[in-house]
Design a protein around this ligand. Structure first.
Ligand SMILES: [Mg+2]
Length: 346
């Protein structure tokens, strides 16, 4: 059997499919409190169907992915189609088409608050590139993995600029760009062959740089909060770590809560994607997004071949051949960029 552990394509697939595992596992628990999760489902450690009256996930089958995975794949396609200059109009239209399709299939899990606000602004005449000036929630970070797959981490300035470019229409704020840069950097480091600790260090550096871009908004510093969130859970038993994440870091849709929470989960799971997904699913709050981010970063650092294939086989709403084609296109673009850069591993 060939060693796929350092293969960029395997790691790219690990990022996308790892994210899907975290997303689908958290689908039935999203928006609930930890106590309600325990009462309804017990400890979640496998795909389950949401309870009948779940506010956004009702009716979905166990193992179904949500907006996190769908929008990441969508962004990936727009990146490939855009070439060097990100096509904002194409991206916004893709998001609009996506929401129409989601509504048509009767889903209640629609666009998040920042993306929705930006699209409303565009519909009332604001140019695509200016609509995201107040978007500070976690939607950019949740779907950013394809940028990390496509872009070599060095030079860091170009890397973070590309992240910021894809955030412009919906999340053009210091907090959202820092958050998306952190997650993308962790994925990129993984695709280049790095482990989860290397990935966390790269994330902090990228978040610092990302925080200088976009419209400044108030909120805790993302880089500092990632370092802090990982510090407070390091070496802790899972139950204690979960308590620290829910009580102190926070699991809300705010970037400064859910993104550091995802890094804390990565730390507690010690880079194991499925463990990260399980921890996230039981946190309460934005479980599916925290799970998608944490397990996606973990998957990038282990590769697809080391993810639990028996769970992957039960994912619903995802076309694995489509994911593989996208991962290949993104890695091809990365290799072309790396040929003139310093990212020797990919
Ligand atoms: Mg979701």
């Amino acid at each position: 059997m060939p060693d796929t552990a350092k293969d960029p394509l395997d790691r790219a697939m690990g990022a996308l499919v790892g994210g899907a595992l975290g997303d689908a596992l958290g689908m039935p628990t999203q928006l609930l409190s930890p106590a309600r999760i325990a009462e309804l489902y017990g400890h979640v450690e496998d795909f389950i169907a949401p309870f009948a009256n779940h506010p956004v996930s009702k009716g979905l089958a166990a193992g179904t992915i949500t907006d996190d995975t769908e929008q990441a794949l969508l962004l990936g396609r727009i990146l490939v189609e855009s070439g060097d200059r990100f096509d904002h109009k194409r991206w916004v239209n893709a998001l609009l088409d996506w929401e129409r399709a989601v509504k048509a299939r009767g889903s209640y899990d629609l666009l998040g608050p920042s993306t929705k606000r930006a699209i409303d602004a565009i519909n009332s005449g604001v140019p695509e590139e200016e609509a995201g000036r107040s978007g500070d929630t976690n939607g950019a970070a949740m779907r950013i993995a394809p940028v990390g797959i496509m872009m070599p981490l060095e030079p860091l300035g170009a890397f973070v600029d590309k992240v910021a470019e894809t955030c412009r229409a919906t999340h053009n704020t210091s907090i959202a760009i820092a958050s998306a840069a952190a997650v993308a950097a962790a994925v990129s480091r993984g695709v280049a062959g790095g482990g989860w600790r290397d990935a966390s260090a790269s994330a902090v550096a990228a978040a610092r740089r990302g925080a200088t871009l976009g419209h400044w908004v108030t909120g805790g510093d993302i880089a500092a909060r990632i370092v802090w969130a990982q510090d407070i859970v390091r070496g802790k038993a899972i139950r204690d770590a979960i308590r620290l994440i829910t009580d102190l870091v926070g699991t809300g849709v705010a970037s400064q809560e859910s993104v550091p929470a995802a890094f804390a989960v990565l730390e507690v799971a010690r880079g194991d994607a499925w463990k990260a997904a399980v921890i996230s699913a039981n946190l309460g709050g934005d479980t599916d997004t925290i799970g998608a981010i944490a397990a996606g970063m973990a998957g990038a650092c282990t590769g697809f071949s080391r993810l639990p294939q028996q769970h992957i086989a039960r994912l619903k709403g995802i076309d694995m051949s489509e994911v593989r084609a996208l991962a290949a296109d993104l890695v091809t673009a990365r290799v072309a960029k790396s040929a003139s850069g310093k990212d020797a591993a990919a």
